[in-house]
Write a protein that binds this ligand. Structure first.
Ligand code: SF4
Length: 462
């Protein structure tokens, strides 16, 4: 006989929410590592001691984490999902009949108390400390990279940069435009590069008009990750304008901040060629004493069959190059009464062969066919580039490059699984908030996967 589901309306139910959340549910693993007591303490000074009780900030943070961990990008939809999903209710400590806050509560708090207290960075750093306590960060090596995330603005509503006048912005401009004005002198935004993009979006002027790998151009921010290459834990995150100078600057900011906050300094840093400028390598090698497993950003390699700089041997003790014909290239061929700096107008010292040697040299067609003598520019930080070049031939470099893929996998996961391929919030602060929450969610998911349910959570010392 075919059964019929009776829709009986019982007056009382014996229902325990905890029993209905599977033991291996991802949110259970995340909950085990989440301790928001310190976050509550950090927010306390930003709430009045009188008046009506506010919505619990812990509830809002738990809901935001559900959204970023589960790839729910809209706050309206997040409220609906938390209302309907038992596991989400359990994670947010809402019970069966707990009231869900209105979606507008999130934007009000984000623009107010959350940004004033920098609570999202506190939250991110709390989770990094948890990763440290669980032994997931060994600081043997870090990897750094940046990925472009589309900004929430439209090309059709943009202006050509010639038609844009930042001086016309005033106090009544939109919030993202006011944030743009406030970051004009910031090395991660306005001061990163003097170049002006082709188009500017009036609704989010800090977003950079850029193209990724020769694809179509779009407005974007750069998300910068510094990760530990052992387990792929994100140890720092930074939002910047999508230009190389800003991304390299962000890598230095993140390395310094990680050392200051957690006492972590990596043995080596691995990154792509964008980070291989002489200045950045010199900072790593001479100032921070970090081994750079980074390909050198080098434009001296010739592909027309002529000798490259690498065909000349550098002798640091004698301060000269030896050319393939065995002749010396030096900075000065005589002693000047007034000592010369040896630096040319472009700020780069040059080493020159002797005109007499080159004139009669059989290798001249391969060396300097159109010049009377060969000149080799040598950057003041060339010694740091030499260190990186020497490392590039070692097996350790191969290993570090393989480990660097972990940061690219994190960006792929962020865009495909967590669905953060386009920002929802505008302005530098919006990008910063979204990147911090996304990095926190990725670290929590990693903690839940690598340190699953076993035992009780040990509190982290304050
Ligand atoms: S042309 Fe001059 S610099 Fe070049 S190989 Fe000959 S001697 Fe050396």
């Amino acid at each position: 006989m075919m059964g019929v589901q009776a829709a009986t309306a019982r007056l009382f139910y014996d229902f325990c929410l905890d029993d209905h959340v599977p033991a291996d549910h991802q949110l259970r693993g995340i909950d085990r590592h989440l301790d928001l007591e310190r976050i509550r303490a950090a927010l306390q000074p930003f709430y009045s001691s009188t008046g009506r009780p506010s919505i619990d900030p812990e509830l809002m943070i738990r809901m935001l984490l559900v959204g970023y961990c589960m790839g729910i990008r809209s706050e309206r939809r997040l409220c609906e999902e938390v209302h309907l999903n038992l596991a989400y209710r359990w994670f947010c400590r809402l019970g069966l009949d707990g009231k869900i806050p209105d979606h507008s509560t999130f934007s009000r708090n984000r623009r107010g108390r959350f940004r004033e207290s920098d609570i999202l960075r506190h939250l991110f750093e709390n989770i990094v400390e948890r990763c440290l306590a669980e032994g997931l960060v060994d600081a043997e090596g870090f990897a750094v990279d940046a990925s472009l995330i589309s900004a929430d603005c439209n090309k059709r509503r943009s202006l050509r940069s010639e038609d844009w006048n930042a001086a016309e912005l005033n106090e009544e401009a939109c919030r993202a435009a006011r944030e743009y004005l406030a970051t004009l002198d910031d090395a991660a935004f306005g001061a990163a590069s003097p170049s002006t993009p082709k188009f500017i979006s009036p609704s989010d002027p800090a977003a950079q008009w850029t193209a990724e790998r020769k694809g179509h151009a779009f407005f974007a921010y750069a998300e910068n990750y510094l990760i530990d290459t052992d387990h792929g834990v994100i140890v720092d995150v930074e939002a910047t304008r999508a230009v190389r100078q800003a991304e390299v600057g962000a890598s230095q900011t993140m390395l310094e901040r990680t050392e200051e906050r957690f006492g972590l300094k990596p043995g080596y840093l691995t990154a792509d060629t964008a980070y291989g400028s002489a200045k950045n390598l010199a900072w790593l090698v001479k100032q921070k004493e970090i081994t750079p497993h980074i390909p050198v950003f080098d434009k001296s390699i010739r592909i027309d069959g002529r000798f490259s700089r690498s065909d000349f041997t550098w002798d640091p003790d004698a301060d000269h190059y030896i050319c393939p014909a065995g002749k010396e290239l030096v900075q000065f061929r005589r002693t000047y009464a007034t000592p010369r700096t040896g630096v040319d107008a472009d700020g780069i010292p040059r080493y020159r062969a002797s005109k007499k040697d080159c004139e009669v040299c059989a290798l001249k067609p391969q060396c300097c066919p159109n010049d009377v003598l060969r000149k080799i520019p040598r950057n003041v930080d060339e010694d740091a580039r030499d260190v990186a070049r020497a490392l590039a031939a070692t097996p350790e470099f191969e290993v570090a490059c393989r480990r660097r893929k972990k940061v690219e996998m994190l960006f792929a996961h962020l865009k495909r699984i967590l669905r953060l391929s386009r920002l929802r919030l505008r302005g530098p602060c919006g990008a910063k908030d979204e990147f911090l929450l996304a990095a926190t969610a990725q670290n929590l998911r990693r903690l839940a996967k690598l340190r699953p349910m076993s035992g009780q959570m040990e509190p982290i010392a304050a």
